[in-house]
Design a protein around this ligand. Structure first.
Ligand code: UDP
Ligand code: MG
Length: 331
């Protein structure tokens, strides 16, 4: 009797990988390790945790800290990428090597409290397949970052064909189904947030208070954030290509009307004013619009270019999960 109950319990228990992308996080890692161990120790739900650290080419002592941590814990694993590929690629490197019932993505800086994973898992066990944590507050973040992020998501929501989750980072619990869906994606520039929305499945939000960074500085400079924003738009939608078309149509119509107006004026008043100002305005306007359209097309062409090169999205330098080769077959 006892034995059957145990196997039943084991069968009912779920395996859950906690995926941590890290880049130069030596100051946060010791505290993160403690809290992850605590999470595992205090868990009363039928969950078997494992931890996967994907080091995104750290230059500090992060890698040796992770190596030492994993060496004494059978449930902790790591992958070190050969250089800094960016958080998106680091996450996907992890996603592609996970084979558990569920996956949680969490930042290394403890801004996403690991203790909430249990509550997210409750929703997961109720049948939700993508439990995404939505920030109720963003402590310690500058107003500019909050405002620009808000405006960006509002814009994206308008032009994208799938629903985008606002105020949502990468902190989320994905069911195996979602993970397998993400593993099938072949694009070379993968914007995680866009793809989490795109795959669909049963989603539910989970409100939380985002803490301040435990230590160190944010790894996202202004330029990196702009890059991410542009990537989000171009990987989500081709609407900007249409903007170029509509701008062209609008300007052509306006020019035609203006031409008629000039002709009428010439016929009625007889004398034409030297049109320096208007010529300049039209030239500059047209030049601007042409450059904008070219830029938009360039963005998409660059993506085609990157895709056709067919390079692997990241390279693994060292790991303890058995991929042990310096490169992966590209996807
Ligand atoms: N990160 C990464 N590669 C990068 C940038 C960031 O793996 O190129 C990791 C970083 O170590 C952290 C997470 O991504 O675990 C989020 O980064 P950060 O805290 O700097 O972003 P923020 O919270 O300011 O948005
Ligand atoms: Mg952070």
């Amino acid at each position: 009797m006892q034995a059957t109950r145990k196997t039943q319990a084991e069968r009912a228990s779920r395996s859950l990988t906690v995926l941590v992308p890290c880049w130069n996080e030596e100051e946060s890692l010791p505290r993160l390790f403690e809290r992850l161990d605590g999470l595992r120790r205090n868990e009363t739900r039928p969950i078997r945790y494992s931890f996967l650290f994907v080091d995104d080419g750290s230059k500090d002592s992060s890698q040796s800290l992770i190596r030492a941590y994993a060496a004494t814990r059978p449930y902790a694993h790591y992958m070190f990428l050969s250089r800094n590929f960016g958080k998106e690629q680091a996450m996907f490197a992890g996603i592609e090597h996970v084979n558990t019932d569920g996956l949680v993505i969490i930042d290394a800086d403890l801004q996403d409290p690991p203790e909430l994973i249990g509550q997210m898992a409750d929703l997961w066990m109720q049948g939700y397949e993508d439990v995404y944590a939505r920030r109720r507050s963003r402590q310690g973040e500058k107003w500019f970052k909050k405002a620009s992020s808000h405006a960006y998501y509002a814009l994206l929501q308008k032009i994208a064909s799938v629903e985008v989750q606002q105020d949502t980072g990468d902190f989320r619990l994905l069911d195996r189904k979602c993970v397998q869906a993400l593993q099938q994606l072949r694009e070379s520039e993968r914007n995680a947030k866009a793809l989490f929305s795109w795959i669909g499945f049963r989603k539910i939000e989970f409100l939380y208070d985002r803490d301040v960074r435990a230590a160190g500085k944010t790894k996202w400079g202004f330029a990196k954030l702009c890059r991410l924003a542009l990537d989000g738009i171009t990987s989500f939608t081709t609407a900007p290509l249409r903007i170029a078309t509509w701008l062209g149509v609008g300007v052509s119509l306006a020019s035609a009307a203006y031409a008629v107006a000039i002709a009428v004026k010439r016929l009625t008043t007889g004398i034409d004013v030297p049109g320096y100002a208007s010529t300049m305005v039209v030239m500059l306007l047209l030049g601007g619009i042409q450059l904008l359209s070219l830029g938009i097309m360039g963005e998409y062409i660059a993506r085609i270019f990157n895709q056709t090169k067919g390079r692997p999205n990241y390279l693994i330098e060292e790991d303890d999960i058995g991929t042990s080769q310096s490169s992966l077959p590209h996807r």
